[in-house]
Design a protein around this ligand. Structure first.
Ligand code: PGA
Length: 262
């Protein structure tokens, strides 16, 4: 059975002074057997958050929001995957805000993926279409191309062993309060696994966790987790609110129990 995962993407919010407290509060309110909890704060808060949740049970994983595609070198302001040793065990890659703000391409995201896996980080690869692409009936094709670009040259066995997670995040749903419909997200999760299957993943594709992301809240999480194809959520805005996280993870706990993973 696939992992049930709730990942918090704090984006460019919190400071080292307040991140620890927020992480502790969220951790204390989201203890659900069988749900993998991941908190992804800004780089400068990784150490504080890691320390704050170090003894939580079940464990809370800490993730970065990106890594550089090189191991080291003259790249002012950047952070490489090996630098995260002892700070993070997960990493978000290819988030649409980085595609937009840092001009990340699928090819570049593929290189980041290699660095992440080599460093032992569990990757959450984000894909998702723009509104005009969905309206033109091209959503599945766009996501297929993103997967093709990022996964080109990667060994499916190695990525499967690294626990690759795909987050389907339609760009028009991120931070807009306008979430996708559960059945549409589930159809995309199926399309994602079919895409992996065509790219040499064969039966391993069925084991890849697919999360939904885009204006997830405690009020709409049920719509997504009611879909067997969806294994959890990548949560942005609501992940900074302990009440919201409590509701979201509690609903994920139901899924974990139904799947027998709790
Ligand atoms: P949102 O962000 O929940 O605020 O829409 C999700 C994300 O960007 O991962």
């Amino acid at each position: 059975m696939r992992d049930v995962i709730v990942a918090a993407n704090w984006k460019m919010h919190t400071t080292p002074a307040d991140a620890a407290e927020l992480a502790r509060t969220i951790a204390a309110r989201t203890r659900e057997a069988g749900v993998i909890r991941v908190i992804c704060p800004p780089f400068v808060c990784l150490a504080a958050v890691r320390e704050a949740v170090a003894d939580d049970d079940p464990p809370v994983a800490v993730g970065a929001q990106t890594v550089h595609h090189e191991l080291a070198g003259a790249h002012t302001g950047e952070t490489s995957a090996p630098m995260l040793a002892g700070l993070a065990s997960w990493v978000i890659l290819g988030h649409s805000e980085r595609r937009r703000d840092a001009y990340e391409t699928d090819e570049l995201i593929g290189r980041k993926l290699a660095r992440a896996v080599d460093a032992g980080l569990r990757p959450i690869l984000c894909v998702g279409e723009q509104l005009d692409e969905r309206e033109a009936g091209r959503a599945t094709g766009v996501v297929d191309e993103q997967l093709a670009g990022a996964l080109e040259g990667h060994d499916p066995g190695a990525l499967a062993a690294a626990g690759l997670v795909i987050a389907y995040e339609p760009v028009w749903a991120i931070g807009t309060g306008r979430n996708a419909r559960g059945p549409d997200a589930a159809a995309m999760a199926d399309a994602i696994r079919a895409s992996l299957e065509r790219r040499g993943w064969a039966s391993r594709a069925a084991d890849v966790p697919v999360l939904y992301g885009g204006s997830v809240t405690s009020a709409n999480i049920d719509e997504f987790l009611a879909e067997p194809a969806i294994d959890g959520a990548l949560v942005g805005g609501a992940s900074l609110k302990p009440d919201e996280m409590a509701g979201i993870v509690s609903r994920a706990g139901l899924t974990a129990r139904a799947r027998g993973t709790a």
